[in-house]
Design a protein around this ligand. Structure first.
Ligand code: TXA
Ligand code: MG
Length: 374
């Protein structure tokens, strides 16, 4: 990492053959090959990349993000040849699991699906936080793909935010968190989907989803059979032999990201549970909650679905979120909205909770984690 300076290079996903785009990709690839850090757009959110095969390079990611060493990283690959470098063998717990894995790769790669696979010896232990499985995904975004090809390396890349903060969906979000802490930023405009990949482990009798994401559980089920959504108990504690709760630190969860406050804006986040409510009732609950917090917050911000009411004389900040029920649009604008309200000084944000189906499940997951107490 070159302390104090981050170079920002613009390029466009549909014009990667221009001299300036080629030069940007070449510079980024050189930095990755020499052990530096490069932020780049993916179809989900911006990632912060480093050479996944080099422990010192990967250490730069943890340092820049201030990410604890127990939280492992996703390795991004360009193609199936790269998969053979990062995964030692495809798991064969049973023929049906093997078939499910193959069907998932065929259906969703390239795309926002992350699979947990046995790691190869080439992947440093720091990438997986000492675990035997490595998280792998083949991104679909043309800039991410071009960067992987130009570097000729698998790229370890978590979301390009400070640890625990709201994920970045634009280049400016990346700079807001990491300017001067990373070497290069490829600015390819807003990420498309706005929520991260779905993290899945194929087990003998079901697919276990550790993080719901941009590929809906319903679609996984359609392609590869039954899905179990892993849920730690609310305070990620479990009952000990004496019946007392045992606190489970996140590092001992099967996927550490499931158990922590995360995605959080620098403001208190209040969720309004309007799930499965008809609209008039949803509006009533919403107005009551906004009214209650308008009285308490110094500067209230609201994530406002199109056409939803606000109390008369509402003087807080509003982010026009999008049409309620259009989960594609709401997901694409979720993190941007939280960051917008935070940047404009909200100390409290009120947000309605989308229903937990399709992409709504990923939004619910992010919002519940962001609203957790420290
Ligand atoms: O869409 C995405 O997945 C984005 C883009 C940049 O690709 N990346 C991303 O990475 O969201 P990150 O680091 O912010 O989230 C990775 C999640 C974490 O919850 C982590 O705990 C889990 O995946 N994870 C990573 N490696 C794992 C492993 N070996 N075993 C279990 N969980 C793992
Ligand atoms: Mg993240």
């Amino acid at each position: 990492m070159t302390p104090g300076h981050t170079t920002r290079l613009p390029l466009s996903a549909d014009q990667l053959d221009t001299p300036s785009a080629r030069s940007a990709l070449h510079q980024a690839a050189e930095i990755l090959r020499s052990g530096g850090t490069v932020a780049f757009p993916t179809e989900t959110v911006y990632g912060l990349g480093a050479n996944a095969l080099q422990a010192d390079a990967v250490a730069g990611i943890f340092a820049a993000k201030q990410r604890p060493s127990w939280d492992p990283l996703i390795v991004h690959i360009a193609d199936m040849a790269m998969l053979a470098t990062v995964a030692s063998h495809l798991p064969q717990p049973s023929q049906s699991a093997e078939q499910a894995l193959q069907r998932l790769m065929d259906a969703f790669w390239p795309g926002p699906l992350t699979l947990l696979l046995p790691k190869s010896a080439a992947i440093p232990d720091s990438v997986t936080a000492g675990r035997p499985l490595v998280a792998v995904r083949m991104p679909a975004h043309p800039i991410a793909r071009a960067l992987l090809v130009a570097a000729g390396l698998p790229i370890a890349a978590p979301s390009a935010n400070r640890f625990g903060h709201t994920s970045p969906t634009t280049a400016q979000h990346v700079l807001d968190d990491l300017d001067g802490r990373i070497d290069l930023l490829l600015d390819g405009g807003p990420a498309w989907q706005g929520v991260e990949s779905t993290v899945v482990e194929v087990q003998p009798h079901s697919l276990v989803v550790y993080r719901p994401g941009a590929i809906a559980i319903e679609d996984l089920e359609r392609v590869a059979g039954p899905v179990t959504l892993y849920r730690p108990s609310p305070d990620h504690s479990s009952q000990g032999p004496s019946g007392h709760p045992l606190s489970t630190p996140p590092e001992s969860l099967p996927s550490p990201g499931v158990g922590i406050r995360h995605y959080a804006p620098n403001a208190r986040l209040v969720l309004v549970d309007v799930q499965s409510q008809p609209l008039p009732e949803a509006h009533r609950l919403w107005l009551a909650k906004v009214g209650e917090h308008a009285a308490n917050a110094a500067r209230l911000g609201v994530m406002l679905p199109a056409g939803w009411p606000l109390p008369t004389a509402f003087s807080g900040l509003r982010y026009e979120w999008g049409p309620w029920g259009n989960d594609r649009e709401l997901a694409a604008r979720l993190f941007a909205g939280l960051r917008h309200l935070e940047d404009h000084g909200a100390d409290c944000i009120v947000c309605p909770l989308p229903s937990a189906t399709g992409l709504g499940l990923a939004m619910e997951d992010r919002l519940l984690k962001a609203a957790r107490a420290e």
